[in-house]
Structure formats: C-alpha cells, structure tokens
Write a new protein. Structure first.
Length: 513
C-alpha cells in the first residue's frame, strides 16, 4: 500500500549537512554527538517542549558498576522481558555502552539524584536489582531533555525549525536526498540533505488513551513506509498498567510510574484485595504485559473502569520527595497518595516495533537513519524492559550520529518533481482519526483475536485506499494519513502472528511461541 507521495508545485529549498526530525532525547543527543563542523537542522512538529522523552518519569536503566556480573544481569533481564525475540548483539551494545553514556550526561550537567556521592537507584518491573537512576525523583525525562536542549542551543552548528511537520522522504538512485516538510504557516520546505535521522517518537495517538505526547502519530514510520522501507515488530505495542484514571476522556493520560511499585505499592481490586501475587511470582513487579493483562481481566470481571494502587504505607514526606511530580498531580486532582488509593488503568505506552535498523541506526536507504521509539533496533524484542527506552535513545542516537557523520551519498542536484492534487481538504480528519483510535482500541489492544484483527485490517485497508490521493497540505491531513498507514501495519503484523508472545496476546491462541 502506497499512501500519498504528494509533492507540491511551490516550495522553499533549504540545504543542510544533516537533518534530524524530532527533538526528544534521541534527536537531541544525536545532534550533540555530531562534529562541530557539520551543520545540523532539527525539525520538530509541536515545539521543543513536546516529546515523549519529556514525559518520562521512571529513569534510565544503566549499570554503573564495572563488574561484568552486573552487566550480564542487565542483559539477562532485557532478554527475559523481550520473550526471546531480542537482537542479542543490540542488547549487549545497549548495556555495555550505558556507563559511558551516563558519564557523558553527568558532564553535560544532567542533575541525577545522588546520595553520599553515589547514584540513587530504584527498581522496576522485571528488573532483578536496583539499577535505574533518576532525576528529581520522578522527573527524569524533563531534566534530561531540558539539559540536552540547553546544550544544543549553545552549539553554533545546530539550529531548529519549529512547528514544522515531516511529510515525505525524498530519495534518488544513490540514497536519501532530503525531505518534504510543511510549516505552521502552510509553507512547503524541501530540505535538501544526504543525511536524515528520524527520531519522531511513537504511535500513542493511534489509541484513545495513551501516556504519549500529542505529537506521537507515527510520522517517521509512515514516511519510511512511503519511501519503501520495512517496519519490524509492529505487533508489539506495550500498554502501561498504571495510568491515572480519569472519568474525562484524556488523549494524553498521566503516567503513574512503575517506580511506585518498586517502592512497595500494591495493586488492589474493587474489593481492595491484592491480586497480583496469584498471577506471577514477581507480583506487581512482573513485566508490563503480564500486569496489564491481569488488570484488564480484573476489569472485565468486575465491569469497573479502574483498579487501585496503594502506597499509603510510605510517609507523606517520602512520597513528596521521591515522587514530587506524581504527588503534585494527584493532589491537584484531590488524591493524597499518602492517605488515599490511586485509581489506575492500563493505557497505550510504548512501541517496540518501528523502522528496521542496524546497530548504528542505519536503514536500508543509504543516508537515512532512525533512533529512539520510531526505530526497531531489536533491543526490546516482544516487550520492553522498564526504563530501557531512554537508554536506547541515548546509545543508538549517538551511534547513528557517529555513523552518519562518516557516511553520505554523493551530492546531486535536481528539483522536487510535483505530484498529486492540491485538494485534500474535503476529508473530516478529526472524525477519521477518532475512528482509527476506536478500531485500534477494540481490535489491537491488550487482548486480541483473529476476528477483531481481521476487522481492523479490513477497515484500515479501505480507509488507506480512500486516503491514497489525499493531498498532505496541512498537519491534520499528514497526521491522519500517517495514523491510518501505521495502524494498518500494526493490525497486519498482529494478524500474521497467530501465537501469543510478550506484549502480543492472542485470546484465541494463548500458546506462547
């Protein structure tokens, strides 16, 4: 399926040595690892203060001890969580390069939490030991992103183009030739370059409830598909077990970090009875797919909308200091977590699949790279280990930057060839986006089966065909077309994998492969 390779008649042409699309941790850290002599342009859709990275609470899983046994345990935990489908070489790279990465971040000024000169560490689901370092308790993503952003702002070789959305990747017979983008003022840009790094984040807005930023519509993945690249592991969509429940429909749900369970929080059902100890030996610290399914089943039985998270055994002072972001948000909603139970429910959280890459973020198109959540390095397999995501952004973002700085196809000229009709405004993109969310929630959620997956594939195929000739002349059109294309990829992959594994659970075939 090819969706709208629209190219406009009129556009402004820009040249740069390298283009990075996305201003989360993966994109920013990639830029900071480029040579000072290389001119870098960072494109972002919703401004520099919007990204999934900014919302990350828990921390960065990283072994900072030198002993090899600690490294091996992190590798083992990652492979176990990934249900045997991880790329082991990529996992070893992730774990091995963690300590140097953390040292670099400290040097850049990232304010990690220390006590007596040592990193404060916590534990989360499926981790066998405390290895997760954090900033201001539960604001790691915010402080990490802000530090990296401040560093990019003082680099003379890095500049930004804000509020500009990626439309298509432009290529020729030698590789990537640039991208087509659209500004907030509806001006088309042809950014000519032989190096492009896609760091556009995840796919959260394909679902009605997600912890993701509102910008997460799978833009990089969809553009890669239209350029003929392969996506990998698209059936593996992770749902976080504990988002703060709200009776109001919230497209961006507030995350209640897994670190609360690391500090002893228990999951309780409607009758205020703890239930996870009957599900898994690790109870509430089992992997996210197991906990999410357990909560889903509880809600199916009780016909309730949420379960409870209980951390009232901890003092008010401890909670306010250890989890200031969560404590403040809950207080704002009238919940004192030192005295009251927290209503929580599973929502979409993370995408394990994405653009297929090598160990340096390289794709099958020369000069095109992907890193962070939009890429599939194979690190996560069928299920991401908690707090491995920021580490992956950093490790593979740096590797992509270093590889890109040393490789590029020869320069070539040529204008952008116009293609497609300029009229696409007659579609109700808001309504279509909501329909995609409804279908994905019902058919490609925590529990799946053949009938619902077939329903999703049929609907999304027809929708994609309808949108085939849509002119991508505004952000709503771009995002809706991207959502339809990526949603179809998820549904097709989930339908093809007939056995349950990791985050992909087939109720009609529970046998694990």
């Amino acid at each position: 399926m090819t969706t709208s390779l629209f190219h406009p008649q009129n556009y402004t042409e820009i040249h740069t040595d390298i283009l990075i699309v996305g201003c989360g941790v993966a994109g920013l850290y990639s830029a900071l690892n480029l040579p000072a002599s290389m001119q870098c342009l960072i494109l972002n859709k919703d401004g520099r203060d919007t990204s999934n990275s900014l919302l990350a609470q828990g921390g960065i899983a990283a072994v900072t001890q030198s002993e090899s046994v600690f490294l091996e345990r992190h590798v083992e935990d990652t492979l176990f969580a990934g249900a045997g489908l991880c790329n082991e070489e990529a996992v070893h790279i992730l774990v091995r390069e963690a300590n140097e990465t953390i040292e670099n971040l400290v040097a850049l000024g990232v304010p990690f939490d220390f006590k007596n000169g040592k990193f404060l560490k916590t534990i989360e689901g499926s981790h066998s030991e405390r290895r997760i370092i954090h900033c201001s308790g539960d604001a790691t993503g915010y402080h990490l992103t802000q530090t990296l952003l401040s560093q990019t702002n003082i680099r003379n070789n890095i500049r930004f183009t804000d509020h500009t959305v990626l439309i298509n990747i432009i290529k020729d017979d030698k590789g990537v030739a640039g991208v087509l983008a659209l500004t907030e003022q509806s001006e088309f840009l042809f950014i000519r370059t032989r190096r492009v790094v896609l760091a556009t984040g995840g796919i959260g807005q394909l679902y009605p409830n997600s912890t993701n930023a509102i910008s997460a519509t799978g833009d990089g993945m969809a553009a890669a598909l239209r350029a003929g690249l392969a996506l990998k592991d698209m059936e593996f969509v992770q749902f976080h077990p504990t988002a703060l429940y709200s009776s109001n429909c919230e497209n961006q749900s507030f995350l209640i970090s897994e670190a609360l369970r690391g500090e002893g929080a228990r999951l309780l059902n409607k009758r205020k009875i703890s239930f996870m100890q009957d599900v898994h030996p690790m109870a509430a610290l089992a992997s996210r797919d197991i906990v999410s399914r357990a909560i889903f089943e509880e809600l199916e039985i009780t016909r309730e909308d949420f379960v409870y998270l209980d951390i009232t055994h901890q003092s008010r002072q401890f909670l306010a200091e250890r989890f200031p972001t969560i404590f403040a948000e809950c207080m704002q909603r009238g919940i004192d977590i030192s005295k009251s139970l927290i209503p929580v429910c599973p929502v979409q959280h993370y995408m394990m699949g994405g653009i297929r890459t090598g160990l340096y973020g390289e794709t099958s198109l020369p000069g095109l790279y992907a890193c962070g959540e939009t890429a599939c390095t194979g690190v996560h397999g069928a299920n991401r280990l908690a707090s491995n995501s920021l580490l992956e952004c950093l490790v593979f973002g740096r590797r992509a930057a270093r590889h890109a700085s040393e490789h590029a196809a020869p320069e070539s000229g040529g204008a952008l060839k116009p293609h497609g009709s300029p009229d696409g405004s007659h579609y109700d993109y808001v309504k279509i986006s909501q329909q995609i969310q409804t279908v994905m929630n019902r058919c490609c959620g925590i529990v799946r089966d053949a009938a619902r997956l077939s329903e999703a594939v049929t609907y999304l195929t027809e929708l994609s065909d309808t949108l085939r000739d849509a002119a991508l002349v505004n952000t709503a059109a771009v995002q809706t077309v991207n959502m339809a294309q990526v949603a179809l990829s998820i549904a097709q992959a989930a339908k093809q994998r007939t056995k349950s594994v990791g985050a992909h659970y087939r109720d009609d075939c529970k046998e694990e492969q």
